[in-house]
Ligand binder design. Structure first.
Ligand code: FES
Length: 575
């Protein structure tokens, strides 16, 4: 048995009121799993394995975890795998975001409650990576994150297919009657043909790049395809790195700092990453009392070039990004803009990493800083009376013709209203109008789903209309595109001005001025305010997790975390 009571199996004993009995009982029960006494003396590296039959993106985790274990054994640790909640994006109702905080709590509490000296977090699908980072930041035990890696692409005729930008592209074609039922059925079977996360720069890939940039995943590991042998070698290296951290502990609070968070924002902007990542990074940073200001995001966005040519904004897929140089190549181009003294879980400073040989860089996928794809970053925060606490536009995925525009609002009061009327041939709507979706924010009944990508009404899409301004307090899938204004805060359901918009009102968007304004006079708004009622079912009329969520979830500008999970005294900093 390990004599050091701060390490291994002797950490954090179960309390029976008799210390020696607790040691004896735990040792006995651990022996029942077939471990030798020699193994039980070793320090322990826990492995949070998020394999689930409801998570296609993690299908390969049973194989990957064996390689993590090999790395831990190589480093002299005892690997012990444990399950946590897994969030398979398309299998959760009403939306996976609602359960991100539950997974973060599970991860944090299981790291803290079980005897481990370091931990490997195996994540991949959209919300799993931020949930694990949030939990790890709060638990603050030495941690290395192992990303699951992206899917490979597939083929349909002469076209290359990758979930999930192409899912939406083909669905759009089907809605516009450009392809028939037989073809959409065929595409359905070809969009996702391997394990791994979505093959484009969606939320999962963006969060993988953010984890590596923060320094929580090993250098060079974010983009390795899920099915490559390199991914298994990364798993072994991750296990080894975690075991080595037992002697030289580096905690998440040393890695996730104001500077590394700013580096992550730079990379997010340069890769044209997902809007969801703003919410997630805000939540992760918030766990350590680090505040992300949307004004600062705008300042960074104005000075960060877009370098990565990947769908949904560009042409390529994650496997091209991997072979083209990955996150390291992007960071080398951004080097003058980055804080180089940030620390990774390996103990290496970013500046030292970027001194190393860059290897081959495919300029068709990763542009140089001298010849960027765009001079300004992909995401921008908008403010104005419609979004006093901010809203987000992915300008790199939007039609620039719509950036300076005033239009008539066409309002949908809920997701149900949208579904019922959007394709009604009688719907009074024109291509110049601005579609508004209310009551889809974090506190709404729908729990802030990825519904901000409002479908173009069929009567317009069949006329060839591809983009319109769409505004909501919902989110958008990282794999979607369009002139879509999201995360409006405060949301409609808690009395935000978004909830007072009526069909026929005028709305003005100016991306240049970073403004979104409802052009209705104050007297009229006061009248509407007096009539307004919330759609929210109060927490006391709910039960279980739903009740906790309803009572505690914060607005998008605070990362939709729970108030009580943030460090004491930091809630409300963003308001
Ligand atoms: Fe898992 Fe897209 S469904 S990453």
């Amino acid at each position: 048995m390990n004599d050091d009571e701060t390490r291994g199996l002797s950490r954090g004993l179960t309390n029976y009121g008799d210390h020696d009995f607790s040691v004896y009982l735990r040792r006995s029960f651990a022996s029942s799993m077939g471990y030798s006494q020699e193994m039980l003396k070793k320090p322990i590296v826990g492995i949070a394995n998020t394999y689930s039959g409801f998570n296609n993106c993690h299908r390969h985790f049973p194989e990957m975890v064996e390689h993590v274990k090999r790395g831990i054994l190589l480093g002299g640790g005892l690997p012990i795998e444990f399950p946590t909640i897994s969030l398979g994006e398309v299998f959760l109702s009403p939306t996976s975001l609602k359960f991100r905080n539950l997974m973060a709590m599970d991860t944090e509490e299981m790291i803290r409650a079980q005897p481990m000296d370091a931990v490997v977090l195996m994540g991949g699908c959209d919300k799993t990576v931020p949930a694990q980072l949030m939990g790890a930041a709060s638990a603050d035990l030495p941690t290395v994150q192992l990303i699951g890696g992206p899917m490979m692409t597939s083929r349909h005729g002469e076209e290359r297919l990758g979930a999930c930008t192409d899912c939406r592209r083909f669905w759009g074609k089907y809605r516009a009657t450009e392809i028939d039922k037989a073809e959409i059925d065929m595409v359905e079977g070809r969009l996702a043909t391997t394990t791994g996360t979505c093959a484009v720069m969606g939320t999962a890939s963006t969060m993988a790049c953010i984890s590596e940039t923060l320094g929580m995943a090993l250098p060079g590991t974010a983009a390795i395809p899920a099915v490559h042998a390199d991914r298994l070698r990364a798993a072994e290296a991750t296990g080894l790195a975690a075991a080595r951290m037992i002697l030289n502990p580096i905690r998440p609070s040393q890695v996730i700092t104001e500077k590394s968070v700013e580096n992550a924002l730079r990379v997010l902007l340069a890769i044209g990453g997902s809007t969801n990542a703003i919410i997630h990074l805000t939540a992760v940073a918030g766990r350590l009392g680090i505040r992300i200001s949307l004004d600062r995001l705008n300042a960074l966005s104005d000075t960060t070039p877009v370098l990565v040519n990947l769908k949904p904004v560009g042409q390529n897929y994650m496997e091209d990004f991997f072979f083209g140089g990955g996150v390291g190549a992007v960071m080398r181009e951004l080097k003058p803009l980055l804080h180089l003294d940030t620390l990774s879980v390996t103990g290496e400073r970013l500046g030292d990493r970027l001194e190393q040989d860059p290897g081959y860089v495919d300029r068709r996928v990763i542009a140089s800083a001298e010849a960027p794809l765009e001079l300004e970053g992909g995401l921008v925060a908008l403010f104005g009376n419609l979004a006093p606490r901010g809203a987000i536009l992915k300008r790199s995925a939007a039609d620039k013709i719509l950036f300076e525009k005033e239009g008539r609002a066409v309002v949908f009061t809920s997701l149900e209203d949208l579904a019922a009327r959007v394709d009604d041939p009688e719907l009074n709507i024109a291509a110049d109008d601005i579609m508004v979706l209310q009551n889809a924010g974090p506190r709404s009944a729908s729990g802030m789903p990825e519904a901000g990508y409002l479908p173009i009404p069929k009567k317009l899409s069949s006329q060839g209309v591809k983009d319109m301004i769409r505004i909501s307090d919902a989110r958008m899938s990282g794999t979607a595109f369009g002139t879509i204004i999201l995360h409006v805060a405060p949301e409609a359901s808690i009395g935000g001005l978004l909830g007072l918009v009526r069909t026929g009102d005028r709305i003005r968007l100016s991306v240049a001025k970073k403004r979104i304004e409802l052009l209705v006079d104050e007297a009229e708004l006061d009248r509407r305010r007096a009539e307004w009622t919330s759609d929210i079912v109060p927490p006391e009329q709910r039960r279980g997790y739903d009740r906790l969520y309803a009572a505690e979830v914060l607005q998008a500008d605070e990362g939709c975390d729970f108030a009580f999970l943030k460090p004491v005294g930091t809630v409300g900093d963003n308001s």
